[in-house]
Write a protein that binds this ligand. Structure first.
Ligand code: HEC
Ligand code: HEC
Ligand code: HEC
Ligand code: HEC
Ligand code: HEC
Length: 371
């Protein structure tokens, strides 16, 4: 018994000699709140718990899982996944952990590159506890890890994955950051300080920590903050002014569409609308990426040879002008801004069981009334 245990220990130390991986759940022991927040965040989603992701990944390439670079960056066999020698494995924690705590907190620096930037990981000394980086002033060590302040946690930490992505034909699949932008702004909006120490004991009585919910488009309250809608009516002319308040373009996800629905309501009936059936009929007010291959429209951008987008840049405003019927007393104009997490076109390329992805979700709306 003793001997086989020894053998097991020896074997496992040989297997894990390359890098000791501390899985997400292991952080829960001390960083309970942060772990809980993280579990609700998009960063915990990936191949195994996100249908949209899995379906697109399988559709793009049924053998090679190139998405791992950003969606499964901690995978212990990442090269094999990318080259198609291995498939995502639900029994492997480095696969199911998606954008893992350990990954984000061991980025040493971010290298700028043409197709997409590269996260360069810190080399961890063998047989020592790993050093995790962050932004706390004088962080304590724990028995599981050393802590160290690293300037990239303010400046570059989001750039490694969110900056931009081009396909093999140099077509932009998404761009969320310009070359000059750093990550401080991203953190201010997406990781606000919330109550509770960074770890359970809170020996330093910090009393607050950076939220790891990474709220975004999926959160009802948060998504309202991204845009402002204003409108004026002058006779038959309706002007709608849409402003993007975010530090990134309005659309940074090729699967998304965002659009305006404008309704003129009289006695609870809609007597005028900016489109009949599909919001994409109102081209100016329909924001999305579109891709072509050899002149023909395609949905999945991996092989596109051309790409374009109706988009609003950071802090950009757009005025949309409509001619509407003359208003009567009691008329209401309802201006709503919606997001479709997977635009209708996607159903042509992939079969989605989760229909809610296609259902328009309200971002924000305003109502004008004729007194
Ligand atoms: C260069 C890094 C990178 C690579 C490579 C990459 N992605 Fe992404 N992906 C991102 C980032 C960053 C986001 C979040 C951006 C956003 O939501 O706007 C994202 C978001 C997504 C989403 C949206 C999830 C949601 O919120 O609905 C899907 C689906 C997705 N990716 C699928 C894939 C698939 C499939 C592949 C491989 C074919 C892939 N990605 C390759 C960086 C990458
Ligand atoms: C045994 C308890 C314990 C475990 C387990 C643990 N930590 Fe910590 N961690 C701490 C303590 C204590 C601090 C110091 C907090 C302070 O100074 O306020 C800390 C600080 C940190 C910091 C801050 C570093 C900085 O400079 O800002 C990060 C990041 C961090 N931990 C990440 C993790 C991650 C990721 C895991 C799981 C892989 C983890 N920790 C597991 C106890 C732990
Ligand atoms: C290792 C790559 C990676 C890094 C580093 C990274 N992200 Fe992400 N992020 C992603 C991917 C991939 C997704 C999409 C996950 C999904 O839904 O499948 C995502 C999604 C998001 C979302 C979307 C949330 C939603 O529900 O709409 C926000 C916001 C976000 N990240 C913010 C940040 C911020 C802020 C930073 C820097 C502190 C950061 N990310 C660093 C890869 C990364
Ligand atoms: C002024 C606040 C603000 C700043 C600064 C900001 N964002 Fe956002 N971001 C938002 C809001 C609000 C949303 C959700 C509404 C929406 O997407 O229309 C969002 C959405 C996102 C999404 C999800 C988009 C999608 O369709 O899934 C990602 C990813 C993201 N932000 C990343 C970043 C990154 C990276 C930075 C730093 C360059 C950053 N954000 C800076 C406010 C901000
Ligand atoms: C997408 C990258 C990313 C992921 C994933 C991530 N973190 Fe963080 N974390 C950050 C950044 C950036 C900061 C610094 C934010 C700041 O100081 O404003 C931070 C800060 C921290 C801190 C210090 C607390 C503080 O107030 O600054 C701890 C502890 C921590 N993270 C633990 C974790 C744990 C545990 C997980 C997983 C459950 C995790 N992180 C996942 C990016 C990430």
């Amino acid at each position: 018994m003793k001997q086989s245990l020894f053998f097991l220990l020896l074997l496992s130390s040989l297997i894990y000699a390359k890098e000791k991986y501390l899985d997400n759940h292991s952080c829960n022991e001390c960083h309970e709140k942060i772990y809980e927040e993280y579990q609700t965040s998009a960063h915990s989603k990936g191949y195994f718990n996100d249908e949209l992701h899995r379906k697109i990944a399988n559709r793009v390439d049924s053998k090679k899982y190139k998405c791992a670079t950003c969606h499964m960056p901690m995978a212990d066999n990442i090269k094999d996944l990318i080259e198609g020698k291995a498939r995502p494995n639900k029994d492997n924690k480095t696969h199911t952990d998606a954008i893992s705590c350990y990954f984000c907190h061991t980025i040493a620096y971010v290298k700028k590159a043409h197709k997409y930037n590269i996260n360069v990981k810190a080399r961890q000394a063998q047989n020592y506890k790993p050093t995790l980086y962050g932004r706390l002033l004088k962080p304590d060590d724990s028995d599981k890890h050393s802590s160290s302040k690293n300037p990239i946690y303010g400046q570059k930490v989001c750039m490694g994955c969110h900056s931009h992505k081009l396909n093999d034909n140099n077509v932009t699949i998404f761009r969320a950051m310009s070359d000059k932008q750093n990550s401080i702004k991203c953190i201010e909006c997406h990781m606000p300080e919330v109550e509770g120490g960074a770890e359970k004991m809170d020996k330093r009585s910090r009393g607050h920590h950076a939220s790891h919910k990474f709220l975004g488009i999926h959160d009802k309250e948060f998504r309202k903050k991204g845009v402002d809608i204003n409108a004026t009516i002058d006779g038959k002319v309706l002007k709608v002014i849409l402003t993007n308040k975010m530090a990134h373009p309005l659309i940074i996800q090729p699967a998304r569409s965002k659009f305006l629905k404008i309704e003129l309501k009289r006695d609870n009936k809609t007597i005028w609308q900016n489109y009949k059936k599909s919001p994409s009929e109102d081209k100016k007010a329909y924001f999305a990426y579109s891709f072509k291959k050899d002149g023909k429209k395609i949905i999945v951008p991996a092989t596109a040879t051309e790409g374009s987008a109706n988009n609003l840049d950071t802090k950009e405003s757009k005025t949309l002008t409509y001619t509407i019927p003359n208003l009567k007393k009691g008329d209401k104009i309802v201006i709503s801004f919606y997001v479709q997490l997977a635009k209708s076109d996607c159903t042509k390329a992939i079969e989605l069981e989760e229909k809610s992805l296609l259902k328009p979700i309200l971002i924000k709306s305003i109502i004008l009334s004729k007194l």
